[in-house]
Design a protein around this ligand. Sequence first.
Ligand code: CS2
Length: 496
Amino acid sequence: MTELNAGTLSQLPPKVAAPSYDRSRLKRGIAHFGVGNFHRAHQAFYIDRCLALPGQEDWGIVGIGLSGGERARRKAEQFRAQDCLYSLTIAPPRRENSVRVIGAQLDYLLAPEQPDEVLALLSSPALRIVTLTITEGGYHVDPHTRAFVTGHPDVAHDLAGEGAPRTVFGFVVEALARRRAAGLKPFTVVSCDNLRHNGEVARTAFVGFAKARDPELGAWIDANVSFPNSLVDRITPTVTAEDAARLNAASGLDDRIPLVAEDFTQWVIEDRFTDGRPALEQAGVQLSDEVKLWEQVKVRVLNAGHLTMAYPALLLGCREAAEAMRDPQVPVLLERFLDRVVLPLLEAPRGVDLADYKNTVLERFSNEAMHDQLTRIASDSASKVPVYFTATLKAMLAHGVDHRIPAFTLAAWSRVVQGKDDAGETFEVIEPRMDEPERRQLAAAEPDEALRIEPLRASGVAEHADFVAAFEAYRRALAQDGTRATLETLLAATAG
Ligand code: CS2
């Protein structure tokens, strides 16, 4: 097994591709907050491709971690022990996997321990883009008022301005203030989260924070900082210890932080950068003025499809996506949901055939070479459901589209949050933004009350008597007859 670090790059096992560029010549041009698997398999993959092109030395990435604690420290140590190098295994459905080492990340800073380094980096002339994967719920923007929420204790701490910042808002806004004072151009801020209009949400969040700190600074950021919208897509599973061992055995590398992702990948972004950008279009990124349509299509087909598949599949005892897609009922339910409820209500970007798009998504979910966990897909549903389902549910109710499948899906979710499948086996429920009373409300309150939980509020489903009745009927049937029988009845009733 070959260790992975800057010193071993020239001796990697034969089937592992190494970066073709000289990492020592790269500048620190991009800072990324939230260095999770998705960022490493997606954005860093594209930047790695850019860096292999001539004249792209300006765009090395520095990762920034915001959490404190032992786990975060261990992650930082793992990155540093490998000079921030890691292997990415790309797993196409029916061809052999390929492995490449990604060299785009130059350093990893742990903000709670190195706040001054983070601010120095963000204030330096070479730094021209800040990118974010801070999760759907990480922007603190109220979905109803569309205003930045200042109530979180860390946000309040950063607004008080005493001591080092703790939040991404505190760091970014302080750095922008310093750049402004020094006469430097502001950097561009790119959200890479699965949010509708993620650039606009990011603008609301950062300008909202800045205005609460200093109205004049807020107005300057609003007028001078660009927040392009972007659509990101690549299924990237969690890597368990067994997965890591399997990936390393196949690659021949002794990688502490190996990664696997599907071969499909997509990044569509608005070309609005205030101070230059990498040659993204030469690395397969689509620069487009139709990002909003792309976002709609992706979150309403792929992400909502993921949840529609994951909830009943978990209850039936499946644990991985490809396994769910082998079930006799789950893929039928999923395709019917997409064909009948989602696609008819969607507008396609130019040149996109929605039926083809859907088929690609179904194929991607079925990829046997990936071991994508259903508990990962279902995790943080409290943040995901509003983003993935609200527009579809509203349009469905407004146009009188058959609501039975979504009512079933929400009923299945109400059981999934209890963490037990139909055979009594438990599975992990990762719902950091849903407390116990809210879980109980969804699972056991009167149906209209259950559908009034915060994540469903904007959809209006609780106000629709037929929807409430259908939800209640499925919630009961799931409890009394089980998922298999309930699905059978639902699929028979909606056939034809
Ligand atoms: C998944 C996504 O967790 C989820 O909500 O649907 O992580 C999905 O794998 C990515 O959005 C794919 O681009």
